[in-house]
Design a protein around this ligand. Structure first.
Ligand SMILES: C[S@@+](CC[C@H](N)C(=O)[O-])C[C@H]1O[C@@H](n2cnc3c(N)ncnc32)[C@H](O)[C@@H]1O
Ligand code: SF4
Length: 334
């Protein structure tokens, strides 16, 4: 599972399936129920899965807010093509976006960029999200600019942190980030976050530059005290500068297949996308439409249905492959 499919800490597609599965197991193992009760329960299960499924396809559950195009680093693979040369033109009223999205039913938000800590209003946005009632707030940061004051705000507003790490070797990490000294600063940021007991997960994106050291990088992080279960390895997607270092793919191959689940990305200029990696599918701009209008738009719904169908087929195909392998193994052992 990619770092992005886990952004909200849950994977609804899998959960819908496993809910149904565990319900089936429970009723299979539980006290015998009358046929009538069983079919009533099955109807209720189908109904509730249907509601949750359609909310995911039509609603707003999770928001990426790219609160600046700028960054203090210049990573080889950066899909937003961020760099120290880009300044924030302050086009979007992020407080309004938070309010409108909350009204549209959204309860999970991730502040990202570029580098979100380059936006001096970050602490203010986090406090607004907390006060509005968002139940999951995450800041995705390279952790090179984490100040004591910001860390205190994160603790106060129950922020989760996500960060990026590329190699246990300073030279390799910095070959990816393009900035000398970034290795020590990110390591110090990770140590500080852990000391402050701020929940932290780490995304490790592999590419030609660092693929030889991925396993060592994981060991290094675990040595720092990062929970192994919170380290997510992903591959480089052919988006932004990433398209210069990996082969171009279809949209379906580029995406992990989870973005149909009520997700929306809002970029620094107000452009909205169904996923941070789906930049070739702009579904609207906040200068022309409201958050609610974009969520209800046919363009977004059509995209979500397309990704949903594709990931369902992919899931069935891998289930079928697993079953075939299991049956072959069984016939070989008999
Ligand atoms: C765009 S960055 C923004 C947050 C912050 N500046 C950071 O780097 O942690 C978010 C994550 O996306 C990853 N990323 C950037 N470009 C990517 C690409 N082309 N494919 C896959 N992941 C990418 C980064 O490695 C980082 O983990
Ligand atoms: S991946 Fe993050 S740290 Fe690297 S250039 Fe892009 S925004 Fe900056």
């Amino acid at each position: 599972m990619s770092a992005y499919s886990r952004v909200a800490g849950v994977d609804t597609a899998m959960r819908l399936q496993s809910d149904e599965l565990s319900e089936n197991v429970r009723s299979a193992k539980g006290t015998p129920v009358s046929k009538r009760n069983a079919s009533r329960a099955a109807r209720a299960r189908r109904h509730s899965a249907g509601i949750r499924g359609s909310q995911a396809l039509n609603g707003l559950r999770f928001l990426w807010l790219e609160i600046t195009p700028g960054c203090n680093l210049h990573c080889q693979h950066c899909y937003t093509e961020s760099s120290p040369l880009l300044k924030d033109p302050k086009i979007v009223d992020w407080e309004k976006v938070l309010r409108d999205a909350y009204r549209a039913g959204c309860r999970q938000v991730q502040f990202i960029g570029g580098e979100p800590t380059c936006n001096k209003q970050l602490a203010q946005y986090v406090s607004t999200a907390h006060k509005l009632g968002y139940t999951f707030i995450e800041v995705y940061t390279n952790l090179t600019l984490l100040s004591e004051r910001l860390a205190d705000q994160f603790r106060r507003y129950r922020v989760n942190l996500a960060t990026s790490f590329y190699s246990s070797l300073k030279e390799t990490h910095e070959e990816v980030t393009g900035v000398e000294g970034s290795f020590e600063r990110t390591v110090a940021g990770i140590q500080y976050a852990l000391r402050k007991k701020i929940p932290l997960r780490v995304g490790l994106v592999s590419m030609k530059t660092n693929e030889h050291d991925v396993a060592e990088a994981v060991k290094f992080l675990v040595g720092l005290g990062v929970d192994k279960g919170k380290i997510e390895i992903d591959h480089t997607r052919p988006v932004g500068r990433g398209s210069g270092i990996v082969k171009l793919q279809s949209l379906e191959e580029t995406l992990c297949g989870q973005c149909w689940q009520g997700k929306l990305a809002v970029s620094w200029d107000g452009s909205c996308y169904p996923c941070v990696f789906a930049r070739r599918v702009m579904v609207g701009n906040l200068s022309k439409s409201s958050v609610g209008e974009i969520v209800r738009s046919e363009k977004l719904k059509t995209f979500r249905r397309r990704i949903f169908e594709h990931s369902r087929k992919r899931m069935y195909a891998s289930g079928q492959e697993f079953l075939n392998r299991f049956l072959t193994l069984l016939s070989e052992t008999n």
